[in-house]
Write a protein that binds this ligand. Structure first.
Ligand SMILES: NC(=O)c1ccc[n+]([C@@H]2O[C@H](COP(=O)([O-])OP(=O)(O)OC[C@H]3O[C@@H](n4cnc5c(N)ncnc54)[C@H](OP(=O)(O)O)[C@@H]3O)[C@@H](O)[C@H]2O)c1
Length: 99
């Protein structure tokens, strides 16, 4: 192990789930911190640490130290209910994540 630590948001979705599985089996990653809005016990894995956060309250986000950030958060206008709500999830939510 070379000590890489991933921070992943959106790991419960289609794209993020594929990213999560790739990170968990990647030998260079010793830890994956998953930011979610809900506890997801079925994703339990020895390398995984789940952090339940309120994406809508970025001032409350306490992000764990990491070497790499992956963001697969996203929605659709239909799911979000409106264009502004869609933009909020797709553009605002990722913005407090480290660049
Ligand atoms: N699917 C594709 O083929 C594809 C291709 C190219 C690009 N993309 C882009 O990749 C991104 C993810 O797509 P996807 O298909 O993986 O979407 P998805 O399966 O719907 O997953 C969306 C992720 O974002 C989270 N999320 C959505 N709304 C949220 C909210 N209001 N608060 C907190 N978390 C929220 C979901 O969490 P929950 O599980 O808690 O809902 C989930 O982790 C999108 O921007 C999409 O446009 C997708």
């Amino acid at each position: 192990m070379s000590g890489r630590i991933a921070l992943l948001a959106g790991g419960t979705g289609l794209v993020g789930g594929a990213c999560l599985r790739a990170l968990l089996r990647h030998p260079e990653y010793e830890k994956v911190h998953l930011l979610t809005r809900r506890d997801v016990p079925e994703l339990a894995h020895p390398k995984l640490s789940q952090c339940v956060v309120v994406f809508n309250a970025p001032e409350t986000l306490k992000l764990p130290a990491c070497t790499d950030v992956f963001c697969a958060l996203g929605t659709t206008i239909r799911k979000a209910g409106s264009q502004p709500a869609f933009r909020h999830v797709d553009l605002k939510f990722p913005s407090p994540l480290p660049a």
